[in-house]
Structures are given as structure tokens and as C-alpha cells.
Write a protein that binds this ligand. Structure first.
Ligand code: TK8
Length: 352
């Protein structure tokens, strides 16, 4: 009885040993086969879940669609990016945590809700910091932006660059905000961000931090009087249906940061990593352009949708900046004077 088992054993083991030795050689890429195998196998069939908080028709949603197309093209259709829009996978903080846990691969949140994790990201929340998108691009795509991306891996995240959320404008259901005084007593929803909270408090408003996905209902039910977001978001999320007044305060710029789960990233080949990185940059340029075009167009669309729009004078903006200055100074200490000096030096370079 035993003999035949041995024979079978031998019968089984031998071929598998041959097989193993064959595999071994290809992954080290010795032979031509190895090389070819190496090359073709460095891009694997993968489905990549990419979630954002904004809608499919928003410049960020259109940018994500573009990203998916570029990734598919560069990977011969093997890397499939599956977009999830409108916070279907949760809000910015929840999706970022899902990346850290490896349950999701990509998200592109505002930097503001990440300040609880990496406080230095708060430097972008200083009110009236940038005058235009060019200044923001120069800083985000420069050494300061990179310095903050380099802080992400220790938090289980990989940053591939910055997209544009944009300059934030105030909407509310009470009255036009034309002066610094007009903020007094307004219940305003803010992002979960200590700089924004402190700045609105300093202006005499009554700020409430809240996830973006809860904003429309909070406005509709009048839990809050107002909120602030870039024009593209006010339009895409139809805030005109629950807000009467749009005041062009342009009080702060918010970047998006393109995040990948480090757990996922570390399992990719160099070639796959390069495809995602290049696509994030290429789609990012496209997304910023869309964002700026929409920013120009949206005011007329929101007026046509019935919103009462008012400009805010540079004098009043300067007054608001002055009132908020103690807040900016306090947080500049917290975020690090050297970093803030470097930030201001980068902006001065562009303004020269
Ligand atoms: C969307 C948010 C949104 C932001 C906010 O997930 O929370 O108001 O401006 O764009 O990131």
C-alpha cells in the first residue's frame, strides 16, 4: 500500500518543483521571457476605488473622470479607477481614514479638514492669503506644497499633488454681507477647521463646524444661516435653492490634496505608481482650468437662479483681514514661524 503512495507523491512533487524553478527565473527577469514577463506583469488588473465629496458635474468630479481615463489609457485598460461622487463613500475625513485603513485607494479632500492630522496644512487656511490662482499654484507646486506632502506617509497616506477647490464666497439667508460688521451674529457653517472657526468668531459670527454632506440640510432647516464655498460648489450643490444672498468675500482659498492609501501604494510596481502620479498631475492641470472657467461663469448662473449677489469692496476686505490678524498670528506660531516665513517668501516671489 505505502509504495504506491510514495509513487504518487513523487508523481506530484516533481512537476511542481520544475514549475517553481521556472517561475523563479522569470520574476528576476533573467531571460528575455523574464523581461517580457516582468514588464507585462508590472501592471496588474486592479480596480481602484476613488471617492470625493463633490458631484460628478463639479470641476473636481470632471477632473476625477479625466484621471480615470488617463490611468486606463496608460495602463492598457488594466488599472480601472472606479469613481464615487457626492460623498457616497463618506465625507473628507471618513474617506481619508478609509485610505489609512486600506479600505479605499484614493480620495481628494480639501486640506482644511486634515489639519487635525497634520497641523501645518493650516497655513493654507489663513484668510486673504492668496490674491489669485497663480499664487496658489506657485506655492502648492513649490517647495512648501511638497514639504507638506512629505508629511503624509507617516500617516499612512501618499500625496500626489494638489487640485483646486478655490476661493470661498459667503452665502446666507439673512442679509447681504457688504461690510465686516455684517458678519455679526450670523450662524455660519464652516469646515472642521480651527483656523476658520477662530476667524469667523473674531468677525463676530457664530460658526458651526460640519461635514460637507450635511450642509444642504442644515441650510434648508435653518440650523445655520449660511455657509461659504467656491462658486462652482454653490452652483453644483444648488445652494441657491436654500440661500438668498451671495456675497463675494473671496475670504480664503482652499486646495484639494490628491491622496492615495500607502498600504495600496506600497503594493504597486514602480510602473503602476508612475502611471498614477503622472495621471494625477495631468488631470490636476485640467481640473484647475475647469475650476477657473466655472468660477468666472457661475456668478451669472447663480444670479439667473435668483440669488441676490453683492460685491465686497477691497476696503471692507482689508478691514476683515485686519480684524482676523490676531488669529493668523496665533496660528502662525502654532504651525511654525519658519514655515510661515517660507510661505510668505514664496508668495512675494510671485508678486514681484
Ligand atoms: C467636499 C468638501 C468641500 C469643502 C467643504 O468634500 O467642506 O466645504 O469646500 O469641497 O471638501
Amino acid at each position: 500500500m505505502k509504495n504506491w503512495i510514495k509513487k504518487i507523491g513523487v508523481g506530484l512533487i516533481l512537476p511542481s518543483m520544475l514549475l517553481l524553478s521556472a517561475c523563479g527565473s522569470s520574476s528576476t527577469g533573467g531571460s528575455t521571457n523574464g523581461e517580457n514577463k516582468g514588464k507585462s506583469s508590472s501592471i496588474q488588473e486592479r480596480t481602484i476605488k476613488a471617492g470625493i465629496g463633490l458631484n460628478e458635474d463639479h470641476p473636481e468630479g470632471l477632473g476625477l473622470k479625466k484621471f480615470a481615463e488617463i490611468v486606463s489609457e496608460k495602463s492598457g485598460g488594466k488599472l480601472k479607477v472606479k469613481p464615487f461622487y457626492a460623498a457616497t463613500l463618506g465625507d473628507d475625513q471618513k474617506m481619508t481614514e478609509a485610505l489609512q485603513g486600506g479600505m479605499q485607494e484614493i480620495t481628494i479632500p480639501s486640506t482644511s479638514p486634515l489639519v487635525g492630522m497634520i497641523k501645518e496644512y493650516g497655513i493654507f487656511d489663513f484668510p486673504f492669503l492668496f490674491n489669485n490662482g497663480e499664487e496658489a499654484d506657485a506655492v502648492l507646486d513649490g517647495p512648501v506644497g511638497q514639504k507638506l506632502l512629505d508629511k503624509l506617509p507617516e500617516h499612512g497616506l501618499i500625496g500626489l499633488g494638489y487640485w483646486e477647490n478655490g476661493f470661498r464666497q459667503l452665502t446666507n439667508s439673512k442679509h447681504p454681507v457688504e461690510t465686516a460688521e455684517d458678519f455679526k451674529g450670523l450662524k455660519v457653517r464652516t469646515m472642521q477647521n480651527e483656523v476658520h472657526l477662530a476667524a469667523f468668531k473674531e468677525l463676530g459670527a457664530n460658526p458651526t463646524p460640519m461635514a460637507f454632506s450635511e450642509v444642504f440640510t442644515a441650510l434648508e432647516s435653518k440650523t445655520v444661516d449660511g455657509q461659504e464655498n467656491p462658486l462652482a460648489t454653490i452652483k453644483s450643490n444648488k445652494f441657491n435653492e436654500v440661500q438668498d444672498y451671495l456675497s463675494l468675500t473671496k475670504h480664503v482659498y482652499t486646495p484639494f490634496v490628491f491622496l492615495v492609501s500607502k498600504k495600496f501604494w506600497d503594493g504597486l510596481s514602480e510602473e503602476e505608481q508612475k502611471i498614477l502620479k503622472d495621471a494625477a498631475i495631468e488631470a490636476g492641470k485640467y481640473q484647475r482650468q475647469l475650476s477657473r472657467e466655472e468660477d468666472k461663469k457661475a456668478v451669472e448662473d447663480l444670479k439667473a437662479a435668483g440669488m441676490k449677489v453683492n460685491e465686497v469692496s477691497d476696503e471692507e476686505k482689508a478691514k476683515m483681514k485686519e480684524i482676523i490678524a490676531p488669529v493668523t498670528e496665533k496660528f502662525a506660531e502654532k504651525f511654525g514661524k519658519d514655515l510661515v516665513d517660507e510661505l510668505n517668501a514664496e508668495i512675494d516671489k510671485v508678486r514681484k
